[in-house]
Write a protein that binds this ligand. Structure first.
Ligand code: FAD
Length: 554
């Protein structure tokens, strides 16, 4: 067991080799890699882990077929190689997903061109794709995706990439870092950087946003991994003089019930207005659709879907699924994120490169900007290589260092995962261990979310069956997940639990509001909250709910 407060205590006043600012996938990846090499690491995150872009992506671990068209072969090659690695180290979270790419009489590219693209795509993965693509006739498409537009359809390509749970991939990466000795302090915002007498960054002044306490952290090397906040953090390092490194663009997704829009694979849609690529992606009992791509220069914390975004996506869905006739009332929830893209003059939003860039600031801070969820592990290794070089230059590198082996060491939920990747076997084990207190739907949820750690949750349920109570009537999420979130997953607030640990906020039409009181009761017991704290938590969660619904009134 490790609680957030205990980790924050460990950060205070201590000296580290490496301070990582930002607990998205990039920062978590850096912390994991560095601590596994033997560095003393602290990671500071201003909110919850993955509360920025890393829980608001399209949740795909993919090569990015459309980057082929932009000629970014090396990016695609790296991404498809990483897809294979992530399938190996996180098989419970990174799962093969079929993509149906329909071709119509009016399509800009014919079947042959798309087929050629598919061969290159599978070829770049050295034919180690989850499965090799195949061509579907019009008749076969109707069978595979019965609700997809049939008018003028010539056929489709069925190819494979992977889906994931972005928030959990980030979380498990950070948890593995903690298991290996890293200090990961959430809800701790870096407010200033400190510098030594020669002007070199030497740590940070931090505010614990849950207690309002300010404290200092010392480190030999500081890394800025703050995604869309990158330029704000750079200003702490080198002042206002630097030109912006990023050109953030906003992307939103909307969630609808699978009963309204049922897809058996991810379906690729070229928007009828501007030809941009969108996906309709199966998500258990729900389907999500996205994304948009528009420039954003506001506060990253305020990014949200607006009504134009929703209409844009609905227009595409209704064109490709004409009989479904989706409308605003069907929207269960939304999320919006900012792509931390590198500035490129004279280029439109969708064409900005997804490559990353490493910058050594004049005060020694290492900034990592850009990139993708899929390639986080490679990016992280590159950053740590630079950090180690810097430590050596400073004469502060540890005497013994180890290889990080992040390409083969499983994430926590993957330890003991079946060789044949059979989720059903793990789900059965969870039901057996729970001694009949966990049903089919909950065991599937626990398997897909926690991997083999779902069995540990089942063990708790077996010894205290009250933990099997659903958080919301008729849904699979159970009370045991709240305990687990606090004791094993660094959850420290109501929103951590409802938004990113259970994800009720996205899956439930009412954003999980009905679960607030039972979850608060449990959290109050676990964390010793009084009435005033409960009220604060309710209010903070209400702000998040309002943000997800802002498009309805905006
Ligand atoms: P973030 O996740 O934003 O993390 C940065 C963190 O820094 C934040 O949590 C923030 O709170 C913290 N922070 C900021 N300032 C401070 C401070 N002063 N002190 C402490 N902490 C601070 N990639 C894919 O591979 N596949 C996809 O399907 C995909 N889809 C996408 C769809 C959309 C709509 C978007 C927006 C992106 C998508 N991406 C995808 C890209 C991918 O999501 C991002 O590249 C990745 O999540 C960025 O992670 P990050 O850690 O760099 O940034």
């Amino acid at each position: 067991m490790f609680l957030r407060d205990e980790l924050v205590e460990k950060a205070k006043g201590a000296e580290f080799d490496l301070l990582v600012i930002g607990g998205g996938i990039t920062g978590a990846g850096i912390a994991r890699d560095a601590v596994r090499r033997g560095l003393r690491v602290v990671l500071l995150e201003q909110g919850d882990l993955a509360s920025g872009t890393s829980s608001r992506s399209s949740k795909l671990v993919h090569g990015g077929l459309r980057y082929l068209e932009q000629g970014e072969f090396s990016l695609v090659f790296e991404a498809v190689s990483e897809r294979r690695t992530l399938m190996d180290i996180a098989p419970h979270l990174v799962n093969p997903l079929g993509f149906v790419f329909p071709v119509f009489e009016s399509s800009r590219r014919g079947v042959l061109t798309i087929d050629l693209g598919m061969w290159i795509y599978d070829g770049l993965s050295l034919f180690r794709s989850p499965k090799i693509h195949k061509r579907l006739s019009k008749k076969q498409v109707a069978k595979v995706e019965p609700t997809l537009r049939n008018h003028d359809l010539k056929g489709a390509e069925l190819y494979y990439d992977c889906s994931t749970d972005d928030a959990r991939l980030t979380l498990e990466t950070a948890i593995d870092a903690v298991h290996n000795g890293a200090v990961v302090a959430t809800w701790c915002r870096v407010e200033e950087l400190t510098h030594d007498e020669r002007g070199r960054a030497s740590g940070a002044v931090v505010r614990d946003r849950l207690t309002d306490e300010r404290f200092e952290v010392q480190a030999a090397v500081v890394v800025n991994a703050t995604g869309p906040w990158t330029d704000r953090t750079r200003r702490m390092a080198i002042g206002d003089t630097a030109d912006p490194l990023l050109r953030p663009t906003k992307g939103i997704h909307l969630v609808v019930s699978a009963a309204r829009l049922k897809v058996n694979n991810a379906v690729v849609m070229m928007h009828p207005e501007d030809g941009r690529v969108l996906f309709a992606i199966p998500w258990g009992e729900e389907t999500y659709v996205g994304t948009t791509d528009t420039d954003w220069d506001g506060d990253p914390a305020e990014v949200a879907a607006d009504s134009n975004d929703i209409d844009y996506i609905l227009e595409s869905v209704n064109y490709f699924f004409p009989e479904v006739d989706l409308n605003r009332e069907d929207v269960v929830s939304t999320w919006a994120g900012l792509r931390p893209l590198i500035t490129e003059a004279g280029v439109d939003e969708s064409s900005v490169s997804r490559e990353h860039r490493l910058v050594m600031e004049s005060d020694g801070v290492i900034t990592i900007a850009g990139g993708k969820l899929t390639t986080y592990r490679k990016m992280a290794a590159e950053v740590v290589d630079h950090a180690v070089d810097l430590l050596r230059l400073l004469g502060q590198a540890p005497v013994t260092m180890r290889p990080a082996n992040t390409h083969r060491e499983p994430l926590p939920g993957a330890i003991g995962w079946p060789e044949d990747d059979d989720h059903a076997v793990v789900a059965q084990q969870i039901r057996d261990v729970s001694e009949g207190h966990i049903d089919q739907a909950t065991s599937a949820l626990l398997t897909d979310s926690y991997g083999m750690r779902g069995v540990d949750i089942a063990r708790r349920v077996a010894s205290d069956p009250a933990l099997a109570v659903p958080l919301l009537e008729g849904r699979p999420e159970i009370l045991a997940q709240v305990d687990w979130a606090v004791e094993r997953e660094l959850a420290a607030t109501l929103q951590d639990v409802l938004i990113r640990r259970t994800q009720l906020y996205f899956r439930d039409r009412d954003q999980g509001v009905e679960a607030v009181e039972p979850v608060l009761d449990r959290l109050a017991t676990l964390l010793g909250w009084d009435d005033a704290e409960r009220e604060r938590q309710r209010a903070d969660f209400a702000v998040e709910v309002a943000q997800a619904r802002a498009w309805r009134t905006g």
